[in-house]
Design a protein around this ligand. Sequence first.
Ligand code: ADP
Length: 175
Amino acid sequence: MEIQVGQSVLELEEGDITRQDTEAIVNAANTSLLGGGGVDGAIHRAGGPKILEECRQLGGCPTGEARITTGGNLQARYVIHTVGPVYRDGLHREPELLASCYRESLKLATAKGIKTVAFPSISTGAYGYPLAAAARIALQTVKAYLAEHPEIERVRFVLFGRAAYAAYETALKGL
Ligand code: ADP
C-alpha cells in the first residue's frame, strides 16, 4: 500500500530491511550503538564489520536521537541508527520519544541529501511498544515531515511479518 504526501510517496511493504534499495535504511539500535538483536543484529550481519567500526567512533546515541554511518556491504549507501524508547506504560514520554526517532532520522536524511529512506517498526520488538500505537505515531510523524520536506522523495516502512504489516495498513487507512 502507498499514499502520496505532497510530492512524496509513503509506502508500506512486508519484508526485510537489510534488502532494501533505498539510499538509507534505518536501524532500531540501542544507546550503545554497539549492536544487538532483532533489526540491529540483522543489519550488522548483512552489512559487515565496517558499520560497527564507524559506530564505535560515535560514542553512543541517546534515546530519541539518530546518528549516521555508511552502509558497509549493504545495498543502501547509509545506515541511520536511531534509538527507540523502551515501552513501560506509555506515561514515560514513550510517544514523544518514538516520534522523535522518526523525525530526527529524516532530518539527518535531509542534511545528507538522501532522497529515499526505509524504516523498520522502531521499538515494537525487544522494546515492547504496542504495535497499533507505534504504527500510528510512526506514520503520523513521517507524513507530517514529508508534507513539509518534498526533498525526501520516498519513505518505505518495511514490516517484518503479516501482523506488523496489517497493523501499519490499518493505521495508515485511519490517518
Ligand atoms: P526494538 O529494540 O526497537 O524493539 P527490534 O529489532 O527488537 O527493535 O524490533 C523492531 C521491529 O523490527 C520488530 O517489529 C521486529 O519484528 C522487526 N524486525 C526484526 N528483524 C527485521 C528485519 N530484518 N527487517 C525488518 N524488520 C525486522
